[in-house]
Design a protein around this ligand. Structure first.
Ligand code: SAH
Length: 212
C-alpha cells in the first residue's frame, strides 16, 4: 500500500509514510472487509459511513504539516483509522464524531492500537472544539458547501484547515492556512466524501468527551 498507492502517487513525507506503514488498517474495518483493508478505495464502516481511501488519508496528513507537538482537531472520527495515523505524528488529537456508535467503536480500536494521545468526542464538529482551540491543524473527513467559520476561527497562527468543499457528488480538497495577512486557500485535488451534517443546534454544547 505504502509503495504502490502512496509513494508512487507523490506522497513524499517519510514520517507520513512510516505512520501509514505502522497503523494496522485491518483493525479499523469490520470482519467482512479485512481481506480488502489495504485496497485502493474507501471502505464501508457501518452507519452509512466510509473510511477514506489510503491515498486521501496520506494526502490530507501530509498537507497538515504536523510536528511532534502539534495540536490537531479531526472532524468525522468514523472508524478512528485516520486519528490513529495522526496520533503517531502529532502531540494530541481531538476527534469529533456525530454518531455515538461509531465514536464508541473508534474509541475501543484506538485504545487497542495503543493510541493514548487521542480524545474522542461525540458532537457536531462544525462548531470545532473551543476548549482545546486553537489548533495547528484541523482535518475534516466530510464534505461541506463552505468551510465552517468556527473551524477557521480555531486555527492557530500558521494553522491549516484541510476540508473537502463543494457539492455532494464531487468536491475540491482545500487547504486553508492562517497567514499573517489572513486566510490563504489552495486546492489539493478533486475528491468525493460523505456529507458533513451539522446538528442544527449550531453550538458545540452537547459534546461529551469519551477519553481514550
Ligand atoms: N476519518 C474517518 C472517516 C470518516 S467518514 C476514518 O478514518 O475512518 C466521515 C465521518 O464524519 C462519518 O463518520 C460521519 O458520521 C461524520 N460526520 C458527518 N458530519 C459530522 C459532524 N457535523 N460532526 C462530526 N462528525 C460528522
Amino acid at each position: 500500500m505504502v509503495r504502490r498507492q502512496l509513494a508512487a502517487r507523490g506522497i513524499a513525507d517519510r514520517r507520513v509514510l512510516a505512520a501509514m506503514a505502522a497503523v494496522p488498517r485491518e483493525e479499523f474495518v469490520g470482519p467482512a472487509q479485512v481481506r480488502d483493508a489495504y485496497g485502493d478505495h474507501p471502505l464501508v464502516i457501518g452507519s452509512g459511513q466510509t473510511i477514506s481511501q489510503p491515498y486521501i488519508v496520506a494526502l490530507m496528513t501530509e498537507a497538515a504539516h504536523l510536528g511532534r507537538r502539534s495540536r490537531v482537531l479531526e472532524v468525522g472520527t468514523g472508524s478512528g483509522y485516520h486519528a490513529a495515523i495522526l496520533a503517531r505524528l502529532a502531540g494530541h488529537i481531538w476527534t469529533i464524531e456525530r454518531l455515538p456508535e461509531l465514536a464508541a467503536t473508534a474509541r475501543r480500536q484506538l485504545a487497542a492500537t495503543g493510541a493514548d494521545n487521542v480524545t474522542v468526542l461525540v458532537g457536531d464538529g462544525t462548531a470545532g472544539y473551543p476548549p482545546a482551540a486553537p489548533f495547528d491543524a484541523i482535518l475534516v473527513a466530510a464534505a461541506a458547501a463552505a468551510p465552517p467559520p468556527a473551524l477557521l476561527r480555531q486555527l492557530a497562527p500558521a494553522g491549516r484547515l484541510i476540508i473537502p468543499v463543494g457539492p455532494l457528488d464531487v468536491q475540491d480538497l482545500l487547504v486553508y492556512e492562517r497567514t499573517p495577512s489572513g486566510i490563504a486557500a489552495r486546492s489539493l485535488c478533486a475528491c468525493c466524501f460523505v456529507p458533513l451534517i451539522p446538528s442544527g443546534a449550531g453550538t458545540h454544547g452537547g459534546a461529551a468527551p469519551l477519553a481514550v
